[in-house]
Write a protein of this length. Structure first.
Lengths: 133, 283
């Protein structure tokens, strides 16, 4: 009988230890789901910038046809937000800044993809920021 | 008392096992995150290489196309205009931009070495050593990487177009048993010249196209064993405005990939790559 009580005591103690661990571990370690979301957004943003460049839409935007970029944003689906920026180098002067409608300003944790485009005698640095709405 | 002691030990062992499992799963998650991050970085590094090649192509005063044929050959076409433009200064500027501004924005170490492109000649090199080039001295063509080598081109076709009227020409001689088929077409203000036949790539052949008396303004087409090696094909303009296109067919295996003669060293996160900048991966 005494052994049974002690065993129950140990089991209850174990339960308490597990409960405390369950509460503390999520606080002590990064949230894996969030980290995976961040990687997915980073990947999507990089892929979208590559598509915009390879399809000639970045060149069109630099030529003044900004809808080449904004129309592509529409097809990215709901819940994803983007801001496209093109700077003429080496001055860094912003020649184009286009965002997806209804997204507001860029989130602090936005993913960014950076590339460059030679157009009409100048090099432009193009950047795409992506975040979840 | 003894049973209780054993039960307590068992409970403690169970607790230790649970904690061990939790700790190892955290490590596994972190490893997976790191793997995914490196996977993403690998894609970005790859894209940095591809995009640099595309931008050099955009800066170059030539048009290039590559194709793999059903017959298992690799076809390359290079077209440029005479007089040629010196693309080296803007390519050097692009190299500086990659090393400084771009590396910061890209969040990576980017170390370009574009020295081989800085001397007035833009070059592409195949994995077999053949070199495609356009230089600022109004010469374009194909040559082996080394004077001891051969381009191994099985067919070479050259098309020249100029609004000027041809005054006279000194054609080349063919070698009926030669291993290379060479076709030349000149479209000029007064008509068209076609010259087709087989040539020995180990012998020099020149076709001179004169546009003024005394040979002050001419186009020179060369095929064969030049100072650069066997199977060299070059077109040189001396004060003649013209469009020059050169098409060559190579065995696929030694010409299945082409890269610019420029090196990029990119390190992002746990991913690092040092290689020539690709122009065609042979696909």
């Amino acid at each position: 009988m005494k052994g049974f009580v002690l065993t129950m005591d140990a089991v209850v103690a174990l339960g308490l230890v597990l409960a405390v661990l369950g509460l503390l571990l999520p606080l002590a370690s990064p949230n894996n789901a969030d980290a995976l979301d961040e990687i997915a957004v980073q990947r999507y943003t990089s892929d979208l910038l590559a598509v915009l460049q390879k399809s000639g839409r970045v060149e069109s935007a630099l030529a003044g046809n900004e809808s080449a970029i904004t129309s592509a944003f529409i097809y990215s689906g709901q819940g994803k937000c983007f801001l496209f920026t093109a700077r003429r180098m080496p001055s860094g002067e912003i020649v184009s800044a286009l965002s997806k409608g209804g997204c507001g300003s860029v989130r602090a944790n936005a993913a960014t993809a950076v590339s460059n485009e030679f157009y009409n005698g100048s090099v432009y640095e193009v950047q795409l920021a992506g975040w979840l709405a | 008392m003894k049973r209780a002691f054993i039960s307590t030990l068992a409970a403690l062992a169970l607790a230790a096992l649970v904690m061990l499992l939790v700790a190892s799963s955290q490590a596994a998650f972190q490893l997976r995150e790191r793997g995914l991050a490196d996977y993403a970085a690998a894609g970005l590094v790859q894209y940095a290489f591809d995009n640099s090649g595309n931008q050099i192509a955009a800066m170059s005063d030539w048009n290039l196309t590559f194709a793999k044929t059903a017959a298992g050959k690799a076809n390359v076409t290079l077209a440029t205009n005479f007089p040629t433009f010196n693309d080296s200064p803007r390519i050097v500027n692009y190299s500086d931009y990659l090393a400084n501004n771009f590396s910061k924005g890209f969040g990576a170490s980017v170390l370009p070495d574009f020295t081989p492109l800085s001397g007035g000649e833009i070059k592409l090199v195949s994995n077999g050593g053949a070199v495609l080039f356009v230089n600022s001295s109004n010469t374009t063509g194909i040559r082996p990487a080394d004077v001891r080598d051969s381009t191994n081109a099985s067919t070479v076709a050259i098309v020249l177009s100029t609004p000027r009227t041809l005054l006279s020409s000194n054609p080349w001689a063919f070698d009926p048993l030669g291993s290379t088929q060479v076709n030349l077409t000149l479209v000029h203000g007064g008509g068209t010249i076609n010259s087709k036949g087989r040539m020995d790539p180990n012998k020099p052949h020149n076709y001179w196209l004169n546009f003024t008396p005394g040979g002050a303004q001419f186009l020179q087409v060369f095929f064969g064993n030049g100072t650069a090696g066997n199977g060299t094909a070059t077109i040189r303009s001396q004060q003649v405005n013209a469009t020059a296109g050169i098409w060559a067919e190579f065995p696929y295996a030694p010409a299945s990939a082409w890269h610019y003669d420029a090196t990029l060293n990119v390190t992002k996160g746990g991913v690092s790559r040092v290689s020539k900048i690709p122009a065609w991966d042979g696909g």
